[in-house]
Structures are given as C-alpha cells and as structure tokens.
Unconditional design. Structure first.
Length: 346
C-alpha cells in the first residue's frame, strides 16, 4: 500500500470542504443528495471527493438530514470571567434565535476527554458545536476530527478544520503597551498568563512587538496562572526591580495581586509603578487605585459565536463575524514615570 493510498483513506469531510472551497454542511448536502446546492458547487464537491477518494462516515452522511434546533457548547478550563461571560451571552443569543443549548464544561482538555464530550453532543443530535477554548490543547483535540457537524471555535488561534470567532488579543496588548510608552515609560515588564493559554500567548506577542518597534528591551515575562495569588508572587519580585517603571499584566485578577505586593513593599501605584491589566472585570473600576485595563466585550463575543453558527448552518460564510478589537480603559493606575525612577534607569 502506497503513502498516497494512506493519505487518501485518511481524508475527512474537512479536507473535501477545503479543496472544494465550500462549508462542511455543503459537502454533507451533496453526500445526502439534498436540494439547494448549485450545480457548479455540487460538481466541485464531487470532484474533490473523487480526487481525495473520500469515504464518508455515517455521521457525515447524517448531517442536515433533519433540523433539531439544538446546539452543543463545550467550555474548557476553569470558570474564569471571560469564558463564563461568553458562554452566558451565547446561550442568550441562542435562545433569542429559538435554539436550545446542551453544555459540556471541561476542566481537562486531553484529546480523549474532548472527543468523548463532542461525540456525546453529536449523539444528542446537535446541529453544530461551539467550542470556547482557553487552551490550545482543546483546539488540537478536535482539529480534523470528523464529527459530522460543524464546529465554531471561540479561540485566539486558528485551526483549518474549524470556523472561528475571536477578540483580537494581540491588538489589545498593543493598546496597553502603547499607552504606557506614550506616558514616557521605557522599562515595561510583563506578567503573562500560562504558557498553554492562547490569549496569554497573543498578549505576550503584542507586548513584545510594541517594545521592539520602539527600540525597547522585552525582558523575560513572569508567567502566572491567571489568579491574584500568582500576581502577588510576581509582584513581590517586581517590587525588587529598581529599573522597571510599569507593568503590563495579562489579566485583571493578576493585576490585583501585583498591586497588593507593590503596596506591601511600600511602592505607590502609579507614583512609583504604573499597572495595566486586561479584561476590565466589574471589580477593576473599584481597585485602589482604579485599574487602567483593556476592556473585552464578552457580551458581543457570545453573540458573535451564535452569529457564526447561523452563518455556517445557513451556508453563507460571508456572514461570519469579523474579529473585535478590545478598548483601552484609562483609569488612575497609570501615569508618567516618577523622576526618581527615571533617574535610576538613565
């Protein structure tokens, strides 16, 4: 048996869709010989099936044979503010569109657990699955898996076999760092999210890129776990840093911990150190001092996820929402660097 034969037999419905330039659902309509497929489109799909020697699974053949007005939702990771808010507003948007939602919350994102959850939802006759993925392992676990229903991922990174909606974490991080540089800061440290977190990785990338563009050094980030406790631990380290004048923290909870540690060390925010967070959780405006942060519209992201589902089910990917850019919310945790600390760095 040749390598080419192996590759052909491994083809999935996603491969056919990509080669034909159509959605997964259009491929399924052709497989099931359903109407409302243009002749030219049908011919492209049939040619792709022939070229890849694709053999459809029973799940692929079953797609769109009946409408259940039921969707699956998989939420991965801890119940943090962003994913929880996104899930809540997706559910509201689904109800507004007269869809029911079956939810699976996953602390573990290993491939067997993720695939088991997705297959369970498929057995409940869902028309599509929305995956709110905090860690890239959740995307990798379902990438290329033929479930017979489309997946809309809420994720900062792309996978070819999935549709995607997202908030632009990279652009948000750039706003935070540009704000600090505009105030005159030149030594800007970063407390990042976990290394396996896609949002955290994009924020590191934005922080590093802006510093590089301004000819400033990006020292090694301090890696946190999203919790105030990890922010506090890193804040104690930062309090001993006599060079830095500002900290960009990858979420507001860790920023709270950083500010606690700085205050405990006798440093003033923003008098000695400016702090910027990310997310704009409801409590951020009531920190002492109120926190400058990057506001993410999780309400809109949840609605975008539902809009993405409707676009895919309606076979019109032109209606897929475009990525949203977060907003900079300036409060009193940031200011120009003090002359004393600037003198130390000179």
């Amino acid at each position: 048996m040749s390598d080419r034969d192996d590759k052909a037999r491994a083809a999935t419905i996603f491969d056919v869709a990509r080669l034909a330039g159509v959605s997964h659902q259009t491929v399924s309509r052709v497989l099931n010989d359903l109407p409302n497929v243009r002749p030219a489109t049908r011919a492209r799909v049939e040619q792709a099936i022939k070229q890849l020697r694709y053999v459809p699974s029973p799940a692929a053949r079953a797609l769109v044979t009946r409408r259940t007005r039921t969707l699956g939702l998989i939420v991965t990771g801890a119940p943090d503010y962003g994913p929880s808010s996104t899930a809540l507003h997706f559910n509201e948007a689904a109800r507004d569109a007269r869809y029911a939602v079956i939810t699976a919350s996953m602390l573990e994102t290993d491939a067997p657990s993720m695939r088991s959850a997705a297959e369970l939802l498929v057995r409940q006759n869902v028309e599509a699955i929305v995956l709110i993925a905090a860690q890239r392992a959740a995307l990798d676990a379902l990438d290329g898996v033929e479930l017979g229903v489309p997946i809309v991922a809420v994720a900062s990174e792309d996978r070819g076999g999935m549709h995607r909606v997202w908030l632009d974490q990279y652009a948000g991080a750039r706003l935070a760092v540009e704000h600090l540089i505009g105030l005159g800061h030149r030594e800007i440290r970063h407390v990042s999210g976990p290394t396996n977190a896609m949002d955290g990785a994009e924020r590191v990338r934005g922080w590093s890129a802006v510093l590089s563009e301004h000819g400033l050094a990006a020292r090694e980030p301090l890696v946190g776990d999203w919790s105030p406790g990890s922010g506090y631990v890193h804040g104690r380290t930062l309090a001993r840093d006599t060079v830095m004048t500002a900290v960009f923290v990858s979420n507001d909870q860790m920023a709270l911990g950083v500010m606690h540690a700085l205050a405990e060390a006798g440093l003033s925010v923003p008098g000695d150190v400016s702090v910027v967070g990310f997310d704009d959780i409801p409590e951020a405006a009531h920190f002492v001092p109120p926190l400058t942060t990057i506001r993410q519209d999780f309400d809109a992201l949840g609605r975008d996820a539902m809009a993405g589902v409707l676009a895919v089910l309606g076979d019109d990917e032109r209606l897929m929402p475009t990525p949203r850019v977060p907003d900079l919310i300036v409060r009193t945790s940031t200011a120009a660097p003090s002359m004393e600390r600037v003198a130390v760095t000179s």
